[in-house]
Design a binder for this molecule. Structure first.
Ligand SMILES: [Zn+2]
Ligand SMILES: [Zn+2]
Length: 368
C-alpha cells in the first residue's frame, strides 16, 4: 500500500476530521515539505468558526519544514534541495502578472481566494484539488514550482520558526506601511501576537517612543510588551487611553498608530485618529468593519492623516523576520507560549481564540 499522509481537515464550521491522503507522486517541478511547525493566528480562529471556502480544507498557512522530496526542475528553479529547512509563504503566486513582476505577489489573482475560486493559498485551498496537501495542519505539504520559500537556519527553534509570519507582518506594517524609523513615536493598540511583533519591529527600527494598549485581561501581555521594548503600556479599562497618550507625549500625539485589536469595533480607529500628531500622521488599520457610521472624515482631512491597510507581508519582510529570529536580540521565545500536536488542532485553534490562560502564540507541531 502507498504511504499515507495524516492531515487535519476542516469539514465545516468548527469541525475537524482526520484524513489520510496518499503520499503524492510529485512532478519534476514540484516538491514535498515535511511540516515541522504551523503557526496559528487570529485569522485561523475566524476561518475555523465561519469557513469562507467550500469543501474540505487543510488549514495552516504559517508553515515551516524540511524539503523531503524535490523534483529536478523544482530544485533547479528554486535553488533549494532536499534537506533544506524553509519557511513557506502562504501565497502561491503566478509569477507572470504585473503584481508578481513588481514583487507584490500578495496581491496576485492566482493566490487570492476571495476573487478566484481556483486560487492556491496554503490554508485556504480545498483539499479536493490535485495533490491535496494545501495546508500545514498535516504531516506533509505539497510545494508547486511557484511556492515562495525562505531559508530558515537550524539555530532557530521550531517554536520560534512558528512566529515568522506574525513577525514579518509586524515588519511590513510597522516599517513599510507605517514608515516607523529612527526617533518615531508609535501607538500600538492590542498586545496580541501581532501587536507584540509590531513592538519588536518598532524597537528594532529605532522608535524613540512605543506605547501599547490593552484591556484588563491583557495584564500579562502588557508586561511582555514592556519586556520587548514598549516604553509605556495602557490598560484601557483602568485609564483613558487618549488622556494618557497626550500626557506621555506632552500633548503632541504620536507619529504612527497601528491597530492590532482585531475586531474591537470603531473605538480603536477613533482613538488612533485622535492620538495622532497634529499633522500628517499615519494610521495602519486591519479592521473587519463593514461599515463605519459617523467616520470623522473632517478630522482625518484636517490632520492630513494617511490611512493604510495592513495586507499581509512581502518577500523582504519575511527575510527580515527570519534574520530577526536568528539574531536573538529580543527574547521572542516569550511569545511562543503554547504548542500542540496534530490531534489537538481543534484545541490549538480554540486557545488562540481566547480559551485557556496566558496564550500569546500557538504552534502546531504535526509530528509531536
Ligand atoms: Zn496568519
Ligand atoms: Zn501574479
Amino acid at each position: 500500500m502507498a504511504e499515507q499522509v495524516l492531515t487535519a481537515v476542516r469539514t465545516g464550521p468548527g469541525r475537524t476530521e482526520f484524513r489520510e491522503y496518499p503520499m503524492p507522486d510529485i512532478p519534476e517541478d514540484g516538491a514535498l515539505l515535511k511540516v515541522e511547525v504551523a503557526g496559528i493566528c487570529g485569522t485561523d480562529v475566524k476561518m475555523y468558526a465561519k469557513p469562507m471556502i467550500e469543501g474540505p480544507v487543510i488549514m495552516g498557512h504559517e508553515n515551516v519544514g524540511v524539503i523531503a522530496k524535490a523534483g529536478r526542475e523544482f530544485a533547479a528553479r528554486q535553488g533549494f534541495a532536499e534537506g533544506d529547512r524553509v519557511f513557506v509563504e502562504h501565497y502561491v503566486p503566478c509569477h507572470r502578472c504585473e503584481w508578481c513582476h513588481l514583487g507584490e505577489y500578495r496581491h496576485c489573482e492566482a493566490t487570492d481566494w476571495r476573487t478566484n475560486a481556483d486560487a492556491r493559498r496554503y490554508g485556504y485551498t480545498s483539499a479536493d484539488n490535485p495533490y491535496h496537501l494545501w495546508g500545514g495542519f498535516a504531516q506533509y505539504l505539497y510545494l508547486p514550482w511557484n511556492a515562495v520559500l525562505h531559508r530558515v537556519p537550524d539555530s532557530v527553534s521550531p517554536e520560534l520558526a512558528g512566529i515568522v509570519t506574525p513577525l514579518s507582518n509586524g515588519i511590513e506594517w510597522t516599517l513599510f506601511d507605517g514608515g516607523v524609523g529612527y526617533d518615531s513615536t508609535v501607538l500600538i493598540q492590542g498586545p496580541g501576537q501581532q501587536g507584540l511583533a509590531q513592538t519588536v519591529a518598532a524597537k528594532q527600527a529605532g522608535a524613540s517612543l512605543i506605547i501599547v494598549t490593552g484591556t484588563a485581561r491583557d495584564a500579562a501581555r502588557l508586561a511582555l510588551a514592556k519586556t520587548l521594548g514598549a516604553d509605556h503600556v495602557i490598560d484601557i479599562n483602568a485609564e483613558d487611553p487618549l488622556d494618557r497618550v497626550r500626557e506621555i507625549t506632552g500633548g503632541k500625539g504620536v507619529d504612527v498608530v497601528l491597530d492590532c485589536t482585531a475586531g474591537a469595533g470603531t473605538a480603536p480607529v477613533l482613538l488612533g485618529i485622535a492620538a495622532l500628531k497634529r499633522r500628517a500622521g499615519t494610521l495602519v488599520i486591519q479592521g473587519e468593519l463593514a461599515a463605519f457610521p459617523d467616520f470623522p472624515v473632517k478630522t482625518v482631512t484636517e490632520k492630513a492623516i494617511t490611512i493604510k491597510s495592513a495586507r499581509g507581508h512581502s518577500y523582504r519582510s519575511c527575510e527580515l523576520a527570519v534574520a530577526q529570529l536568528e539574531s536573538r536580540r529580543f527574547p521572542l521565545e516569550l511569545l511562543t507560549t503554547h504548542a500542540f500536536g496534530l490531534n489537538d488542532v481543534d484545541k490549538a485553534i480554540r486557545s488562540v481564540g481566547g480559551e485557556g490562560d496566558g496564550v500569546v502564540h500557538v504552534s502546531l507541531l504535526p509530528w509531536s
